[in-house]
Design a protein around this ligand. Structure first.
Ligand code: PEP
Ligand code: MG
Length: 432
């Protein structure tokens, strides 16, 4: 039986220049699996715990303790585990750190081993990662669906230094027939938007935020950003509502304080903010809203779901945690789950959260973090799960584009024989 013979982690930097882990798992046949762990900025309070060193080195963000935990405790544990059983791999990892949120050894340490072992197992079996995850780990057939990209073209909130409270303004290329056509669409709209913003607001508008979207220089209000995007969609030769619909991630916890949401120069209570979202839906081809309220406001999420027909995604509310996802489903506090593997800290638990959401009829959007690396695990995961949606930022900056490029590669590997669920989002906005 193949075994893990060596595990080696090291401290590397993420796309914001903060330390994170890269871990290599070597199998007895010499195969190596590598994984690099991402890191969020607008993190939910119930997320699994990243182990950081503290002190002054790297402003306290060093991960040398997490690295040491991989190279000692986890390397030892994994020596006797079957790397071809992801369930056994993750059970052993969870047993090694049963603390709440995996804070003892670090969810970043644990996830790096979980992902790198899956990568090594796929290589050992001479399979592509998406194929291995789908058929061997999830146990589904080899029918593949590529995701619609939710591409964040204007950054705000915690991800950019501007006046926009809303964190992400996204475009979804729903009119495309295939994933490559969809990717081309977001690239064309992105560049058109850039030129438009420079013309209107000057060269400062060319700068980008943490996820490669424009920094929103000159934009004062939520509506200004959405107007610019709709204008860019049209200028690029696409039809808003038919070819491209819009999404936002409010990440509302970041602008919630003492019962009020500070947005667009106003302080709103939850019902006024809900009215604002409904107004945006009437004014723009908005089809998906993420984290519209504070991360503990299950009731306000549920009110929104009752009032709307569009996709309401839970991110900070559910933090990819199977138990919290169950609560949100029970309370009808959303209708789609944002899935971030590092929020929960192991591949098996992330898949379980997706399965729970899917079984309840919820959508699932596989997602990057604002602090990323060149790792493309999430592209393969989105295809393996068949979620039909992936958010990976703007079509700019290598940390974002690598994920989109990996999907082009998967499309090619499948000879184009895969679905693309763009039309699922078709909207009757302005009679389209
Ligand atoms: C998000 O909130 O969906 C996101 C990607 O940002 P972060 O990684 O900062 O949580
Ligand atoms: Mg979010």
């Amino acid at each position: 039986m193949v075994k893990i013979t060596r595990i080696r982690a090291l401290e590397i930097l993420d796309s914001r220049g903060n330390p994170t882990l890269m871990t290599k798992v070597t199998l007895s046949d010499g195969v190596i699996g590598v994984a690099k762990v991402p890191s969020g900025a607008s993190t939910g309070i119930h997320e699994a715990v990243e182990l950081r060193d503290g002190g002054t080195r790297y402003g306290g963000k060093g991960v040398t303790h997490a690295v040491k935990n991989v190279n000692t405790v986890l390397a030892e544990v994994m020596g006797s585990v079957n790397p071809l059983s992801q369930k056994d791999v993750d059970e052993s990892l969870l047993k090694a750190d049963p603390s709440k949120g995996k804070g003892k050894l670090g969810a970043n340490a644990i996830l790096s081993v979980s992902m790198a072992t899956a990568v090594a197992a796929a290589v050992h079996l001479k399979m592509e990662l998406f194929e291995y995850l789908r058929t061997k780990v999830i146990g589904k057939n080899a029918k593949y669906l590529l995701p619609v990209p939710l591409s964040n073209v204007i950054n705000g909130g915690e991800h950019a230094g501007n006046e926009l409270a809303i964190q992400e303004f996204k475009i979804l290329p729903i009119g495309a027939k295939t994933y490559p056509e969809g990717l081309r669409c977001i690239s064309e709209v992105y560049h058109t938007l850039g030129k438009r913003m420079i013309k209107r607001y000057g060269r400062m508008a060319k700068h980008v935020g943490d996820e490669g979207g424009y920094c929103g220089y000159g934009l004062k209000h939520t509506k200004n950003a959405l107007e610019e995007i709709v204008g860019a969609v049209e200028e690029a030769g696409y039809s808003p509502g038919r070819d491209v619909v819009l999404g936002i991630d409010a990440a509302a916890s970041a602008f919630f304080k003492e019962g009020k949401y500070t947005i667009d120069g106003k302080k709103l209570d939850a019902s006024e903010l809900l009215e604002m979202y409904l107004d945006l839906e009437r004014t723009f081809p908005l089809q998906t809203v993420e984290d519209p309220f504070d991360e503990e406001a299950f009731g306000d999420f549920a009110e929104y779901v009752k009032e709307t027909k569009i996709q309401v995604i839970t991110d900070d509310l559910t933090v990819s945690n199977p138990e919290i996802v169950k609560r949100a489903i029970k309370e009808k506090a959303g209708n789609a789950l944002l899935l971030k593997v590092n929020q929960i800290g192991s591949v098996t638990e992330a898949i379980e959260a997706a399965k729970i959401a899917n079984d309840a009829g919820w959508g699932v959007v596989v997602s990057h973090r604002s602090g990323e690396t060149g790792d493309t695990f999430i592209s393969d995961l989105s295809v393996a799960l068949g979620t039909g949606q992936l958010k990976s930022g703007a079509p700019a900056r290598t940390d974002r584009v690598e994920k989109y490029n990996r999907l082009l590669e998967i499309y090619d590997l499948l000879d184009g024989k895969c679905g693309y669920p763009g039309s699922k989002f078709r909207t009757d906005w302005r009679n389209y």
